[in-house]
Design a protein around this ligand. Structure first.
Ligand code: ZN
Length: 205
């Protein structure tokens, strides 16, 4: 007797990481859409994750100012430091607070404005083909354990969905101009969490 054939839909395999992502938006992030983005160039291959650090004003955490900056809602007159970023239209794809909470501002399918003038793995304009992740923090200072946990799970999800081959700091793609996340960031901890070989990471000093 022939085994009964199951009625199945045509076997179109889901892309890896489907379910976690919807049109470049990560399921486990709070969404706060930024107007500061544009399309990636045609054929862009998203092979780079850029790690940053930010806090506004520097060293003050948990006040929502970074989220306001990335969505053009920061009151430039609310603090003297904000004059130095007045009118800036910037964004990152993600922001991770000191407690490990995760926000997303721009679809990873689109081009966020986080890197500025930059070059890495032989290519300029890293915004074109990278995903930017901002950690709430201060250049050179340490980061919190919940931030590494959120960062590692986010990077793992990104690696499932995008052809990422490099993870680097802003300081590595804009050397001399940028210093974040700085020496307080534990690259080896991130590497161990992701179980990735050295070739994914900048050569550590
Ligand atoms: Zn940066």
């Amino acid at each position: 007797m022939q085994p009964k054939r199951l009625m199945t839909s045509p076997e179109t395999p889901l892309p890896q990481g489907a379910g976690l992502w919807r049109q470049g938006w990560y399921r486990h992030a709070r969404t706060m859409a930024s107007p500061n983005f544009n399309q990636r160039p045609a054929g862009a291959r998203v092979d780079l994750v850029v790690i940053h650090s930010i806090s506004l004003p520097p060293g003050e955490f948990g006040n929502g100012n970074v989220q306001r900056l990335f969505t053009n809602q920061l009151d430039w007159d609310a603090h003297p430091y904000f004059q130095s970023v007045r009118g800036l239209e910037v964004s990152a794809h993600f922001f991770i607070s000191r407690t490990g909470a995760l926000w997303q501002f721009v679809s990873c399918d689109d081009r966020a404005w986080h890197a500025g003038q930059s070059a890495y793995r032989g290519q300029n304009q890293c915004n074109d083909d990278s995903i930017g992740i901002e950690l709430e923090g201060l250049e050179g200072s340490i980061f919190e354990a919940p931030q590494y946990e959120t960062l590692a799970s986010l990077c793992a999800a990104i690696l499932q969905a995008y052809p990422v081959a490099h993870i680097a700091g802003h300081e590595h793609i804009a050397p001399g101009r940028k210093l974040d996340p700085g020496p307080g960031f534990d690259w080896l901890l991130l590497q161990d969490s992701l179980a990735l070989p050295n070739r994914y990471f900048p050569r550590l000093a």
